[in-house]
Design a protein around this ligand. Structure first.
Ligand SMILES: [Zn+2]
Length: 179
């Protein structure tokens, strides 16, 4: 398993539509392992392959937040929302590609999602609560959409400018050695 760097917005790879996975091989299993390790290390509750610059329809998540609870790592390949409730839910969302920025986003409260697992088997499951928000946020990533795309333009621009500044600082630090 390898920790992989997470792309920071703005980056064209975060705006691209990812390709469906066709081969369920060892490379895919290794990618899923790396994604889970990178997500837990961040730490985060969800991560999509485009956030690592890999334009494939793969996401991982684990929304178990209680300190001593058993982790529930999930790997979803080629996921799609097949049913969404009319009931909406508001959550304050964040994103590993937009560090330390949070905003309320409204989404369907319950969604039924269909995907393929690592063994190539079709799976369907209903998600609610934080899991529902998380799975929709991550599927958005596979379509080149970020949670800030739901915000008013002014707020979105403000966050984007902060991220541009952060990226300049990170680039400068990298150039001056690891200080
Ligand atoms: Zn995200």
């Amino acid at each position: 398993m390898t920790l992989r760097p997470i792309l920071i917005h703005p980056d064209p790879r975060l705006k691209a539509k990812a390709d469906p996975v066709a081969e369920f091989d060892r490379d895919l299993a290794a990618l899923a392992d790396d994604m889970l390790e990178t997500m837990y290390d961040a730490p985060g509750i969800g991560l999509a392959a485009p956030q690592l610059g890999i334009l494939k329809r793969v996401l991982v998540m684990d929304c178990v937040k209680e300190e001593n609870a058993t982790p529930e790592p999930m790997v979803l390949i080629n996921p799609t929302v097949i049913e969404a409730s009319e009931d909406l839910n508001v959550y304050e969302e964040g994103c590993l590609s937009i560090p330390e920025q949070y905003a309320e986003v409204e989404r369907p409260a319950v969604v039924k999602v269909e995907w393929t697992d690592l063994a190539g088997k079709q799976v369907q499951q209903e998600f609610d609560g934080l899991w529902a928000t998380c799975v929709q946020h991550e599927i958005d990533h596979l379509n080149g959409k970020l949670f800030i795309d739901y915000l008013k333009p002014l707020k979105r621009q403000m966050i984007t400018r902060k991220m541009q500044k952060l990226k300049r600082e990170l680039a400068r630090e990298a150039k001056n050695g690891r200080s």
